[in-house]
Design a protein around this ligand. Structure first.
Ligand SMILES: [Zn+2]
Length: 333
């Protein structure tokens, strides 16, 4: 595994620094996808958090590496043609969901490094105590809220035919966390009402999970951060009938228009799920651009309503050379 990683890091570095790689990336853009920046690196390192969370030290390390290797620009400078290029490939940071830690942990580091970013909000959550199911269920099962809460949730899961795998009692922390990650993935196919009901069985945290509008406006006023919609309820858009789809798109669009000065003309699909019908409805709601989760590089020729991104995990942020490998993979025709 270590050798494989070393090979990836080396090939990625060679690619970014070779004339061939530089030529391929000339005029191209890379849109990075992040979710959360936690308060400490050790917490972000566990497998069940690693995918969506980055620790503050790893995040700063990533920012320094990006500034050295890329022209770090606001998302719209990457998407709108005609902007003068420095010759370096462009990179833009995006954050999904609208987590409170974006204001508490990510923003101070973005400001310190003068790094622009775009945050895509699931607008029903903003300024409310509504919770993201995977965070509430995951952390309750991880015992972050105590044994009693965990036992209660396990019983609720058992009653709906989703018993906890034995591996979740493993003594090894890494193995236990990995088992939790797999278990959370397996719950994704439950009906959303069921997931909401399970979330209600989890204890409330002291702080809301999501940003509030005051935080949104304060970040926007810095001139460094812009905001766009990522659904209203974070429902998977491809699962909704036409009427519910339009409601979801209108509600999130209106919330951004009310809550921000200059919302982005870019939609961000929850979970990255979209199809021709969803793209058509998004375009009808005045969004010329939309972000998915397919891995790839932006070249101006891609479908503007299915823009590819590259996800950043804690592990990638800690070893950004792994990112150049992923860019290399994404840039290959
Ligand atoms: Zn999301």
């Amino acid at each position: 595994m270590a050798i494989k990683q070393l090979l990836k890091r080396t090939s990625g570095w060679l690619y970014l620094n070779s004339p061939v790689g530089r030529h391929q990336l000339h005029g191209a853009g890379v849109i990075l996808m992040l979710h959360r920046v936690l308060a400490n690196d050790r917490a972000a390192d566990l497998p069940h958090r690693n995918e969506l969370c980055v620790g503050p030290k790893a995040f700063e390390h990533l920012l320094a590496w990006l500034k050295k290797n890329f022209d770090c620009v606001p998302l719209m400078d990457l998407l709108q043609p005609g902007v003068i290029s420095t010759g370096q490939p462009k990179i833009a940071l995006t954050f999904d969901d609208g987590w409170r830690d974006n204001a508490l942990n990510a923003f101070p580091l973005l400001k310190k490094n003068q790094m622009p970013a775009s945050i895509f909000l699931s607008t029903d959550f903003i300024g409310s105590r509504q919770r993201f199911w995977w965070e509430s269920l995951g952390e309750t099962l991880w015992r972050s809220h105590g044994e009693k809460a965990r036992t209660h949730l396990i019983e609720c899961l058992r009653q709906i035919g989703r018993p906890l795998p034995v591996l979740l009692d493993d003594l090894d922390v890494q193995r236990r966390s990995l088992a939790l990650l797999h278990f959370l993935h397996s719950l994704k196919n439950l009906p959303s009402g069921e997931l909401d009901r399970l979330t209600d069985q989890c204890p409330e945290e002291s702080l809301p999970q999501a940003l509030d509008w005051h935080q949104v406006r304060a970040m926007e006023a810095s001139g460094l951060i812009r905001f766009g919609p990522h659904g209203a309820s974070h429902a998977i858009l491809t699962d909704l009938d036409d009427q519910r789809l339009d409601e979801e798109l209108s509600r999130s669009r209106n919330a951004l228009l009310n809550g921000c000065n200059r919302p982005l003309p870019v939609y961000c699909y929850p979970n990255g799920n979209h199809d021709a019908r969803v793209r058509e409805h998004v375009a009808d709601h005045d969004f010329p651009f939309a972000l998915g989760t397919d891995i790839g590089i932006y070249r101006g020729l891609s479908d503007p309503l299915a823009l590819p991104r590259i996800g950043i995990s804690h592990r990638t942020a800690r070893n950004p050379e792994l990112l150049s490998w992923r860019i290399y993979r994404g840039a290959r025709p």
